[in-house]
Write a protein that binds this ligand. Sequence first.
Ligand code: PBG
Length: 338
Amino acid sequence: MPLFPELRPRRLRLTKSIRDLVAETTLTVNDLIYPVFVREGIDEPEPIDAMPGQYRYPVEKVTDLVSRALELGVKAIILFGVPPAEKKDHIGTPAYDPKGPVPKAVKAIRREFGEEPVIFTDVCICGYTSHGHCGIPIEKRGRKLIDNDSTLKVIARMAVAHAEAGADFVAPSGMMDGMVQAIRGALDKEGFTEVGIMSYAVKYASGFYGPFRAAAESAPKFGDRRSYQMDPRNAMEAIKEVILDVEEGADILMVKPALAYLDVIRLVKENFPHYPLAAYNVSGEYSMVKAAAEKGWIDEKLVTLEILTAIKRAGADLILTYHALDVARWLREGYNPF
Ligand code: PBG
């Protein structure tokens, strides 16, 4: 094996064209899913303080946004509902209201754009419960617990309501045991065999969700989510979560957050290469970039492309990201910082 001076890795980095030719990873607009908040009871899009450039949309105006996304080539969205505070209750009843913001938005989008946009819907009750937990709190043996099995009934109904409205994929994010099985069973029983499940299979209890919780008004009113979301210290446990969700019928798997969990993305992709893997570039990851860019400390376009490319390089096939529309525009303009 010849070494230096015969071997020179820099030859492959000499010009931009050579670098493009040998690049292992290319981010495209086809990889992106854009998260959208739909709110009941507002007339105009409402800016989200902690997420510059992101808005809560009135159901009636969500089609404007989807039309903009489609024009930019972003074909997939995931919807989050924000119901009025006074409708929320202990078990999250408004979550399965067929007239709630998400089913209404799904119907409006389908009516306007047919089957073109791929519509995912987030299935979790935290935005619909008075206490803000992703499960139903109960008292048991003198302790407050988040009850797993009664929660499954609510999220199964929620998934059916979204499927009925026209969602392509429902995306359970509450980290309840058996959630994929419960939803698959309910969808099949109602005849929605073609509706898929993208499971938030590996979701960590993360500080990076802060801006989202403000946006969706879904922060827990007591305690935290550490009894159901995963411990950031664990990677191997992700394999167990994925095995269960695959066995229960998940079509697409997800790791969330993305940036601080690139090792987990790689681990899941290597062990389950035959399943599409999504990664959620979450609100806190987005807002950190926005804040530092606003201060002039980093180059927003460069850093965003670098982060999303790294998430793909780690093994993600799909990326849920609030940067989706910006990135689509930059790519269309031919932006390639590498
Ligand atoms: C609901 C849900 C959360 C996110 C997506 N679905 C918040 C949470 O678990 O508190 C976070 C998304 C983000 O931070 O961008 N369970």
